[in-house]
Design a protein around this ligand. Structure first.
Ligand code: MG
Length: 396
């Protein structure tokens, strides 16, 4: 029996790796629906290559172009946010949820309700709506399979029957491109420098998050919800080689680790084949070729984002939403060279400092609150970018 698959967000880097894994084992998988935000050409190419039944473009204005591209292929097409949510609600064995940012939230909830398993590749839905996603999964008996490499590693060495004997989850972090930089250089860092990740090749947003270590902060929150572990039992450990993807320490002193090459196709294959294993077209780990593996503590002063994860978790889900939303807006502004590297965290801190406690029960509550935080962050950045311009003009 082939596994039926929906891929939400197929044109991004995770979507591409998913396609690689599927194409390497066509006898195992049957692709139902593919979705993309607005890249019609790539979506159409992937739909043909993967022999998909349907392609959905979230940006409805691109639907006509998609129809033209798919003419004569027999692949159905649809467009718009509603069409995307409908497609996400199509029953299947496994949905790969890889839509970047909060745009993935409504579709992922639909997938959790209607798929047998959901491979979660984007962290924002869990960070912003963790309690809701987990509750829906429990209600519909849907397996949540983490694809983020750290959580995938923990998933592989996590013994649910011994959860009370777990001392801590150890999330490894590469430390990003600025691990050895001093603050003065970091202050002047350009988007290009922030995008030069030492081990992983990833999308722009997550690469900048890796440079600020906000990526690890979001992963602490993600781990808290996925594995139902209190924040004090989740630790960040810097491991520059990115070979050990994360670990679980048990009461008897055993530390179980999962290792692998820095290749997203491994966690994706693990999730797609679960509970079985399959051969992966990715790189394999050559430990003999490595001179050493090193570990060091996380410098929370140099990378304050990591500390904010713990304060946000302590404050409650609303603070986690704000942390994620403010960061996304600030990272966009940095990538557009409107603000400097340190201003990303200043913007996030400005928002966190002004927060009042909110109780958010529904998806609409969450989306509304997320939106208000984005507006507040954008307004703060507009003021800040204005000041920067004035400063630059003032320099003779
Ligand atoms: Mg990760």
């Amino acid at each position: 029996m082939k596994k039926s698959i929906n891929i939400l967000g197929v044109t991004g880097s995770v979507g591409q790796s998913t396609a690689d894994v599927i194409l390497s084992a066509p006898e195992r998988f049957e692709v139902m629906t593919l979705s993309a935000h607005r890249n019609v050409d790539k979506l159409a190419d992937m739909a043909v290559k993967l022999d998909a039944q349907r392609a959905v473009i979230a940006d409805e204005s691109r639907l006509d172009a998609l129809k033209v591209r798919l003419e004569g292929t027999g692949i159905a097409s649809s467009g718009g946010q509603e069409a995307l949510e409908e497609a996400a609600a199509e029953p299947c064995d496994i949905t790969v949820a890889a839509i970047v940012g909060m745009a993935g939230l409504r579709p992922i909830i639909q997938a959790v309700r209607h798929s047998k398993a959901v491979a979660i590749a984007n962290k924002e839905p869990l960070v912003s709506a963790g309690p809701l996603v987990i509750a829906e999964a429990a209600k519909h008996r849907t397996a949540l399979l983490p694809v983020d490499s750290e959580h995938n590693a923990i998933f592989q060495v996590f013994e649910p029957e011994n959860r009370l004997q777990i001392e801590k989850l150890i999330l490894t972090a590469s430390g990003g491109p600025f691990r050895t930089w001093d603050r003065a250089d970091m202050a002047r860092a350009t988007p290009q420098q922030a995008l030069a990740h030492p081990n992983w090749s990833m999308g722009a947003k997550i690469s900048v998050d890796s440079a600020t270590m906000m990526n690890k902060a979001l992963e602490v929150i993600e781990a808290h919800y996925l594995f139902d572990m209190p924040p004090e039992k989740i630790e960040i450990l810097v491991h520059p080689q990115s070979v050990v993807h994360s670990m679980v320490e048990y009461a008897d002193g055993s530390v179980l680790a999962q290792m692998g090459a820095s290749d997203m196709r491994t966690p994706l294959a693990q999730a797609l084949a679960w509970p079985e294993r399959m051969k992966t077209p990715g790189r394999t780990l050559d430990l003999q070729a490595m001179s050493r593996l090193t570990f060091e503590p996380c410098d929370m002063e140099k990378f304050p984002a990591t500390a904010h994860a713990y304060t946000a978790l302590e404050a409650g889900p609303y603070a986690c939403i704000a942390l994620n939303a403010a960061n996304e807006v600030a990272v966009d502004a940095f990538l557009a060279t409107r603000i400097g590297f340190f201003a990303i965290m200043e913007s996030v801190e400005h928002i966190l400092a002004g927060l009042r406690s909110e109780t958010l029960r529904t998806l609409d509550d969450i989306i509304r609150f997320d939106h208000s935080v984005r507006e507040a962050t954008a307004a703060y950045i507009d003021r800040k970018a204005g000041e920067l311009k004035k400063e630059i003009k003032a320099v003779p």
